[in-house]
Design a protein around this ligand. Sequence first.
Ligand code: ATP
Ligand code: MG
Length: 416
Amino acid sequence: MIQAPKGTYDVLPQDVERRRVLTGHAEHILGAAGYRRIETPSFESTELFARGVGEATDIVQKEMYSFDDGGGRSLTLRPEGTAPVCRAYIEHGMHKLPPPVKLWYLSSFFRAENPQKGRYRQFWQVGAEVIGSDSPETDAELIVLLAELLEAMGVKGTRLRIASLGQPETRGAYREELTAYLRAHEDELSDEVRARIDLNPMRAFDASDPGTKAVMAGAPLLLDRLASDDAEHFAQVRALLDTADVGYELDPTLVRGLDYYTRTVFEFTSDALGAQSGVGGGGRYDRLIEQLGGQSTPGIGWAAGLERILLAAPEQPVAADLVDLLVTVADRESREAHQAAFVIAHEARRAGLAAQLELTGRSLKSALKHADRIQARYVAIVNDGEQTSLKDMSSSEQKELATGAVIAAILRGHGL
Ligand code: ATP
Ligand code: MG
């Protein structure tokens, strides 16, 4: 039997309602704040992610589904949404729009990861980006919007951690300082951390082995090395979050998976999730648009995992689909009756009713049972082309009508 590829899953009809609720909240919360939806292609030039996410990141090094398109071009299934949105911003000259340009998306992404609960190879993210403003209010507002979305979904046990990464230059100097510090303590570090000192020294803060942890407790912190305007920007973001009563923890070792973050970075986690506790996160990327060939333009964004939001949110009772009318025939041999039934169902839908035609040749008795099961409000039983019985399923009352009068009778019954 052929099964869905490892790390993927089917969204079955019964799963759709909760996803629709999330889409609705995102539309409402982000729409009210002036964000407009954008969709980009499922795959892009590999180079976009190499440049936009960063060569040294886990995503680019290990997690990309890249392939040759047959014409010698390397394409990659999008692992994240920020680089594609910035590519679209540049490509469509959105710098001509009144700034800032606020965009959101709900799309699927692809990463070649080890599948676990809350971690898939194809997963969905809702994301938001603000391009063209570097004010601290932008950062705080964007963070507040994600907090609101998680709250609206009823995500339990959320915690927010924030930090500032400053500018790439500051980080470069800090990285050298940290690398030198790690080198000086090399024999106390785990093999894995030691092997990655040059590639990604920040990762050492994530390590869980006691030796590395002890070394990292005394390591220099980037937050203490920020240039004064970056430190001031971060102080203002924090003050705004305080004013808005949004709780957060300062986490000087917050490591985000993208290379081009500048200044503010943040992450929401949920205690309701196991090992995969990250619900959503993001940060400022003031160099990215320029890095991708556009004019120097500040930006900031976040992305939150749909699966993890749904895992950390309570199940809601789902209302049954509405069925106003099921149309069937009394005599299964009568072609006229079948034709008339077909027309009633079609015209009922055109009149705005949720109407289904009995399609499987059920006997009248089992058609009525089926109507019960799908909670149809009415059943129209076409006797011949001319005559139809209309049964009200809640009262079991049945009326004989001219076939052409059935829809009007239902609409009257609806009080429409
Ligand atoms: P993690 O630390 O869990 O690997 P990440 O830092 O790689 O997360 P981001 O790139 O910041 O995640 O993506 C934002 C959000 O997207 C995450 O917080 C998470 O909710 C979700 N996410 C990321 N990767 C996956 C995945 N493979 N499957 C499901 N959701 C994911
Ligand atoms: Mg990851």
